[in-house]
Design a binder for this molecule. Structure first.
Ligand SMILES: C[S@@+](CC[C@H](N)C(=O)[O-])C[C@H]1O[C@@H](n2cnc3c(N)ncnc32)[C@H](O)[C@@H]1O
Length: 286
């Protein structure tokens, strides 16, 4: 069981949870007076507990996974369906046991599978049942969410919070010398952004002419501030599917390096305003 635990990433994990839970509360407050049925979708749900690690948080005191926190929220309103996915066998069975024990009366489904596959299931279901709206929490470690899984959310009432691995993954794949990037990494970037590699190359790299004794040479340089450009591009891409994309919240480690960006995509102006307000306040706290 021990190796199945999700490690606490650092204080940025706490920021992410706080932002999401604040939004969740505001979302349910709005939805309690609406006629819609509600789905909570957690695509990378973990095992139910997050292990604190050098985090300043009391030793041996586990933090509840977001999925459990959502399941435990009775007010302003319950969701009609909780759909909680994790690909890892031990994690999903540990979570399933906790959910069954703590929330036997809720319509909660803990599923061991790939989030990308289950998103297809949820979006198909929502297309056939238009009374449903969904709040999705997409919290992967790396580039596990495929662009094709995002595209299928078009024109549906899904508010999706996404953790974008700009620093921990995208920037690391974009090597300084682009000719050294392995084929498999290029494929990963294509699958992640849903863009052909030629477009990604021209976005993240610049050609530079340098004079030498015997004429000029072309050098290909990775752009400055690639992490910032990585989130800008992802935001742009999300904007082709949803009407609104919030200000990305940068999640930095204790050394000040950006690891992830946390963002919401929504078709509701109110959700967009609320999310930007929550993120703006968090940013101003430093
Ligand atoms: C950052 S952790 C999630 C933490 C969780 N949200 C919480 O609040 O504790 C990422 C999780 O995604 C799972 N995972 C990795 N790839 C996956 C995939 N393709 N589909 C679903 N789950 C996946 C891992 O097993 C891991 O538990």
């Amino acid at each position: 069981m021990q190796e199945a635990l999700n490690q606490f990433g650092g204080f940025w994990t706490q920021h992410k949870i706080e932002i999401f839970i604040k939004y969740l509360f505001a979302y349910l407050e709005i939805m309690k007076n609406q006629r819609f049925k509600l789905i909570y979708f957690d695509g990378f749900a973990g095992c139910g507990r997050i292990e604190p690690e050098n985090s300043g948080i009391e030793e041996n005191k586990f933090i509840e996974s977001v999925a459990l926190q959502v399941l435990g929220m009775e007010h302003p309103k319950l969701f009609d369906i909780y759909y909680v996915v994790d690909k890892h066998k031990k994690r999903s069975s540990a979570l399933n046991a906790l959910v069954k024990k703590k929330f036997p009366d809720l319509n909660a489904h803990v599923v061991r599978d790939d989030c990308n596959i289950r998103l297809i299931g949820m979006t198909d279901y929502m297309r056939q049942n238009d009374q449903y709206r969904a709040l999705a929490f997409i919290d992967p470690f790396g580039m596990n969410l495929k662009w094709s899984s995002i595209e299928i959310c078009r024109n549906l009432g899904i508010d999706m919070w996404i953790l974008i691995p700009t620093g921990v993954a995208v920037n690391r794949l974009l090597m300084r010398k682009q000719e050294r990037i392995p084929e498999s990494w290029l494929g990963k970037l294509e699958e992640f952004y849903g863009l052909p590699i030629v477009e990604l190359r021209s976005y993240f790299y610049r050609e530079e002419e340098r004079l030498t004794l015997f004429g000029s040479e072309t050098h290909v340089q990775k752009i400055e501030n690639a992490i910032h450009k990585a989130v800008e591009l992802y935001k742009q891409r999300l904007g082709t599917v949803w009407k609104y994309v919030s200000t990305p919240f940068p999640m930095k480690n204790s050394a000040g390096s950006t690891m992830y960006h946390f963002v919401i995509a929504t078709n509701y102006a109110s959700g967009f305003g609320i999310a930007n307000d929550i993120i703006g306040k968090k940013l101003s706290q430093g």
